[in-house]
Ligand binder design. Sequence first.
Ligand code: 13P
Length: 343
Amino acid sequence: MGNRTVLEETAQHMVAPGKGILAADESSGTIKKRFDGIGLESTEANRRAYRHLLFTTPEIESFISGVILYDETLRQKALDVAETPFSVLLANKGILPGIKVDTGAKPLAGFPGELITEGLDGLRKRLAEYRELGARFAKWRAVITIGQRIPSAACIDTNAHALARYAALCQEADIVPIVEPEVLMDGAHDIDVCDTVTENTLKRVFFALHEHRVYLEGIVLKPSMVLSGSTCPVEAGVEEVAKRTINNFLRNVPAAVPGIAFLSGGQSSERATAHLNAMNALFPHLPWQVSFSYGRALQEAPLAAWRGDPAHTTSAQKAFHHRALCNGAARNGKYTEAMERAA
Ligand code: 13P
């Protein structure tokens, strides 16, 4: 176990009121997919230009407490004359740099359609280097798939076990682990199924964290919301999603956890904001901070505005600022549709 005070302070900074986390840790494969969507080649220079655009957006530190980076980005420098490392540029704005440390979800042998996240071997050494490079928190994403007779108990348990081993290693290095068990929204299942799978997953994850002596005051949970499957014929409304999600978490997430920072998981940007807002508006007195750690829901708008053209940098930064501002308002239940129209 590392320094508990350091872990607590970092975790609290990550979930500071009115702010949330930008997930900009797309692996090489994922960022290529995003760039394909705007017809841009995924070169080192383009990835650097895009991350520079996001991180230098004026006033973004009012709404963003931390940024999750990918290995390449943590080693990259901004495009200023001084070539300031991105980690330093962010830290200078009071934004904590974080790092994705898992090496991806791979097929789980013997369990068709299910995944296990890899990356534990050698992790202690990598974490020490990442700490040197300025990372103050880390991320590991476990993936739980809903389908015919899945998820299996074995899939949930192996992923929970890996998350717990990762979290313990992070804390040993004074790095706050983002514990991310994502229940995928892909599929035609209804919200009841998602509710049950999310509950089973959270129970097993917190049991594993306990067994591995993880200090709950020094983690941030990054879960998916309780939602209808993306191709379910009936889509649950915003208020139902908010109530189901919070009631589920009240049963399953200990009050010692400082914050829950949701992923967006393929929801539209506005829907992800509306869900976060409803949770905070309907439940103003929760034991944990209810925040965001969005990737797509923060980046879709700026990516579409930018399209790799330097002439569009300002409009892309405005689009990013707007989404961050809306999600910052949703942290207090103060987001309105009028804010979208005003933009
Ligand atoms: P999305 O918000 O796009 O789901 O990404 C968040 C993330 O970091 C997934 O690991």
